[in-house]
Design a protein around this ligand. Structure first.
Ligand SMILES: [Zn+2]
Length: 476
């Protein structure tokens, strides 16, 4: 009782309140008296994921288009990360019975193994679906263009590459795979947006909560150069438009030529090339070299410079003028479209897309065939999509006339059309392609097709296309 009385005595209460007041005042005034809290620096990005090169390709095994160069870059101490557009779930399985999504699951592992042979383990998949056509727009639509770009921008911000390597965004005589083109388009878009803090800003927002479940806390990142490799039969047309590397030089670390390291890496692709790989296994080293050279493994590695934000020459080394410091975001220079005539016709579909794309990404210098070219399977139908534009104040009658090589048959789409005032109309000319007879050579000449447009007896333009007939080709 006595102790309690003492505790609640007036003296004790006064002393306690005084001590409490001093403590509160000290705490309140502390920041004003030079004891400012130290701001915590932002955590640094994870160095384990930093890349010098980000390779962006479509399918498992497409990395083979660059592995001889990647082997060289790795030998020089560069770090490499890879993004695949799809899992490669379509196509035949040469190794076993799995198909479709199951085959895709296998091919993801084959791609990871192929790259691990070279020492590359930072590998991601954008989740697109294989789309068998030569039309990049079909692939972008089937992949979910927005989601694929969002993921690729995320990967650029995570891996912070100095250089992006990818397929040439354009359409050429060759395999001309829409999925390959789609990776070139997406990688270019990511090159031009990953450094822009207003694009996918939620990826850059710092954490607002102790454990942030939504915001990603990445940093914007501007890659310095983008290089392309073409998916065209005749890649001689790209000579001198970027650096070229011999694949026969010997790697310092592995003491083997780069082509040999690339071939070793390719051995992981059993479901795509089992019979070919088995045939190689039977060869001795001298026979293997002879066969590999005949199969193209000895071809020089050739790139096309898309753009460099750090100067240097087109044919200079990939890393010429690249310094370790980050560079600020560079908004691409947009080239406006020349004012079109009031009444005119133009190619639509992927061709008009690529014209817009090159203008939007500062790539008008990027080489492309003019008139455009395509290789198609004999006996199939060629579709020429067109825009008919009438900017005049009245309706116009437009006549489409197709000039075709001998033996090629117009199916539909020519004749007279009325285009209303201030209207853009879509037209489609369909042409039946002839069969190739058995004596035809595998390689055909390019044949030119012209769709002329006239109004009131006057020419208002023409759309041209050059077509090569093949025994086999991807659908248009
Ligand atoms: Zn491919």
């Amino acid at each position: 009782m006595l102790i309690l009385q003492a505790l609640f005595s007036k003296d004790f209460r006064d002393q306690f309140l005084k001590a409490l007041a001093t403590l509160v005042l000290t705490m309140l005034l502390a920041p004003l008296h030079g004891g400012a809290q130290e701001a915590k620096p932002l955590p640094v990005p994870d160095e384990r994921y930093k890349a010098d090169i980000l390779l962006v390709v479509a399918h498992p095994d497409d990395e083979g288009a660059a592995t001889p160069y990647l082997a060289r870059a790795l030998d020089e101490g560069k770090r490499v990360a890879v993004a695949f557009g799809t899992h490669g779930s379509s196509g035949a399985n040469e190794a076993s019975s799995e198909q479709a999504a199951a085959l895709g699951a296998i091919r993801e592992i084959e791609a990871r193994r192929a790259l691990a042979t070279l020492g590359i383990t930072n590998v991601w998949f954008l989740g697109g679906k294989d789309t068998a056509s030569q039309d990049v727009l079909q692939s972008l639509a089937n992949w979910g263009h927005g989601a694929a770009l969002e993921q690729l921008v995320r990967l650029v911000r995570l891996t912070r590459p100095e250089v992006i390597l990818t397929f040439l965004p354009g359409t050429f005589v060759g395999e001309d795979h829409g999925d390959h083109q789609a990776t070139g388009v997406l990688a270019t878009e990511a090159f031009d947006t990953a450094g822009d803090p207003s694009v996918f800003p939620e990826q850059l927002a710092g954490p607002m909560r102790r454990l942030e479940p939504f915001l990603e806390n990445l940093r914007s990142w501007q890659p310095k150069k983008v290089f392309y490799f073409p998916d065209a039969t005749n890649d001689g047309m790209f000579r001198g438009k970027g650096p070229e590397y011999s694949v026969k030089d010997i790697a310092k670390s592995a003491r083997q030529p780069y082509w040999r390291l690339a071939l070793e890496s390719f051995r992981a692709h059993q479901t795509q090339a089992k019979s070919y790989l088995d045939s190689l296994r039977k060869l001795n080293e001298a026979e293997l070299e002879k066969k590999a050279v005949a199969d193209g493994w000895g071809d020089a590695q050739r790139f096309v410079l898309g753009k460099s934000l750090v100067g240097g020459s087109a044919t200079g080394d990939v890393f010429e003028h690249i310094k370790p410091e980050a560079i600020p975001f560079v908004r691409p220079t947009i080239s406006p479209k020349p004012e079109p005539p009031e009444l005119y016709v133009e190619l639509a579909g992927p061709w008009s897309f690529y014209d817009d794309f090159r203008r939007a990404h500062g790539l008008t210098h990027l080489w492309h065939p003019e008139p455009p070219e395509i290789a198609l399977q004999a006996g199939t139908t060629l579709v020429i999509p067109l825009w008919l534009r009438n900017e005049t104040r009245g309706p116009k009658e437009v006549t489409l006339i197709a000039d075709l090589p001998a033996g090629w048959k117009l199916q539909s789409g020519a004749g007279k059309f009325v285009v209303a005032a201030k209207q853009v109309a879509a037209a489609r000319v369909e042409i039946e392609l002839p069969q190739l007879n058995d004596t035809a050579h595998e390689k055909q000449e390019l044949r030119e097709i012209t769709v002329r447009a006239e109004s009131n007896g006057q020419s208002i333009g023409a759309a041209k296309l050059r077509v090569e007939l093949r025994k086999r080709a991807l659908p248009q």
